[in-house]
Ligand binder design. Structure first.
Ligand code: ADP
Ligand code: MG
Length: 235
């Protein structure tokens, strides 16, 4: 009976992850379609081809990430600069933010160290959180992104929006699979964030006021403990 229970738990996790992959693949697909439309309208936009191919690569990476996620190996972690991953993320939303007339303030500490991480996973996290922030805001609002050295062993990434906010009751549902308040939402973005940040031994914190905005704090260790010794399971 125990085994049956475990198997069914495993199965629901697998189907959750499958839905998650589909969700995450949809982001690059919409970026790609946007650029393809631009090129169709005006062939001189062909310069966006590089962005298109990097998005295709990202989709490939996402699929591997989810596979990797179910079987973590510390060998796959490499040293990366968080602010570079964030810069790349913000680049992807540039057009969308311009169109929506949302301002950006991006501030980073000097001399940030590299951190040992799974860069594709962290990019996924940043994309999901920045996307939620942009979706929550109206024209003329501002997105603030700060990256700071918290202490010797941690980096803090703070994403502040001036959006609709989240009520205390709704806050409790964040990260639950399929929890969404959006018509087109899937409610999988934050679930993936929670798991990927957990994978890195970090923490994710939401503070919010309805009609004022939301602050998301991600605290990441510079040198995460190996996954096995962190005592987490990934079945
Ligand atoms: P989705 O974006 O598909 O709805 P997410 O898991 O990304 O799924 O987010 C779940 C829910 O959390 C959203 O539907 C929204 O209600 C809430 N949420 C997340 N981030 C924000 C934010 N920055 N501002 C307001 N609400 C948010
Ligand atoms: Mg989302």
């Amino acid at each position: 009976l125990m085994i049956v229970a475990r198997n069914s738990e495993k199965l629901s996790m697998v189907s959750q992850m499958a839905a998650g992959v589909a969700h995450e693949i949809r982001n690059p697909i919409s970026v790609i379609s946007g650029f393809v439309q631009l090129i169709k309208k005006d062939p001189s936009n062909i310069r966006f081809l590089d962005l298109i191919s990097s998005e295709i690569e990202r989709m490939d990476g996402i699929v591997s990430d989810f596979l990797l996620f179910s079987r973590p190996t510390k060998e796959s972690m490499t040293y990366s600069y968080i602010h570079v991953i964030m810069q790349e993320t913000l680049e992807l939303f540039k057009a969308q933010m311009q169109e929506k007339q949302i301002g950006l303030q991006f501030e980073i500490d000097e001399d940030l160290p590299m951190i040992k991480c799974e860069a594709n996973q962290l990019k996924q996290v940043f994309i999901n959180i920045v996307k939620n922030a942009i979706e929550s805001m109206k024209a003329d609002a501002k997105l603030v992104v700060e990256i700071q050295r918290e202490d010797r062993n941690h980096i803090r990434i703070r994403i502040i929006d001036q959006g609709v906010g989240i009520s205390p009751k709704e806050l409790q549902n964040l990260g639950q699979p399929f929890y969404t308040t959006k018509e087109q939402g899937t409610g999988l973005g934050l679930m993936i964030c929670v798991r990927f940040i957990e994978y890195h031994g970090g923490t994710l914190k939401f503070q919010s006021k309805v009609n004022e905005g939301t602050t998301v704090d991600i605290l990441l260790p510079i040198q995460p403990k190996t996954m096995s010794s962190a005592g987490m399971t990934y079945s």
